[in-house]
Design a protein around this ligand. Sequence first.
Ligand SMILES: [Zn+2]
Length: 353
Amino acid sequence: MRKKRNLLNRLDDGPVICAEGFLFEIEKRGYMASGEFVPMVSLDHPEVLENLHKEFQHAGSDIVQAFTYNGHREKMKVIGKEELLEPLNRSALQIAKKVAENNDDGEPNLMAGNISNSNIWKQGDKNSQLEVEKMFNEMVGWAVDEGADMLIGETFYYAEEAYMALKVMKQTKLPSVITIAPYGQNIMRDNISIVDTCKELEQQGGDVVGMNCHRGPNTMMPYLKEIRKILKCHMAGLPINFRTTEKSPTFFNLPDHNGCTHHTPHTTTFPTALDPMQCNRYEIKHFAEEAYAIGINYLGVCCGANPMLIREVAEAVGLKVPASKYRENMENHYMYGKNKRIPEHIKAYGDKA
Ligand SMILES: [Zn+2]
């Protein structure tokens, strides 16, 4: 068996890439209801999930994150399928493990168990907090059982819920990544600042602390820079692939000023009509370069991610990945290429095409 470094060894050696954003990508592929967002795919179409993991692996993801986002007890109660909770989690973990262990391109990947925002956490309410703790405990237990190499707690918008997630993850002694996703008021919902939340997560022993989801590069980077100045631990940055702005710092209230002719039946462009506000690959590349330059080693893309963008992130930090074989090559384009065989009259028409 090939040698496999743990997460912290890898981060000490250089960049580590992690693909997130499974919810949006699986929905786009037609295997999940938007809005409801339950990852039934691990039971209903395991081959689809396995293949998406493989595509991200091909694009350079070092981590295969089990798709258990929203696969928690509360959500399963909402859809009346609580009895499928454990099978769903175990299936997602087993699929991730299988892909992680079978990396044709070299060192096996790391399989990550995943917990995230419960959406029932309530500030000052011990009952809801206890329930969340139980949800985290059972999911982390299944992850350890299925051979997770590390754990990821992500998309927390309550600081104290993130602290709880970290506490539960740390009990396992596995390396733990903890990332927060503050909403548009630029503060955690329990009124703790973004920077203070990250400071506390480092204090409480987070191996990797940072931000994921909700914010695109434009509105995540300023906070990452601030946090990086203060934290000594490894840091994570995984933005969404959308052009958020100072006025609309998250994708929840992002307006479409791109000549939209058919609005969504609900009030927001989120989550079904965000397409025109996507970042292009060069914007994502720029984000990754900038983040890496200030010392953020754990990088990826959250909602809106696709394998091509993960390749951009990997290449931005100097990695060559299997998918690099197919990176853009405009040289041979039939009209804009410079290849000798391309006829002059075709080349000359480019600006009128
Ligand atoms: Zn996301």
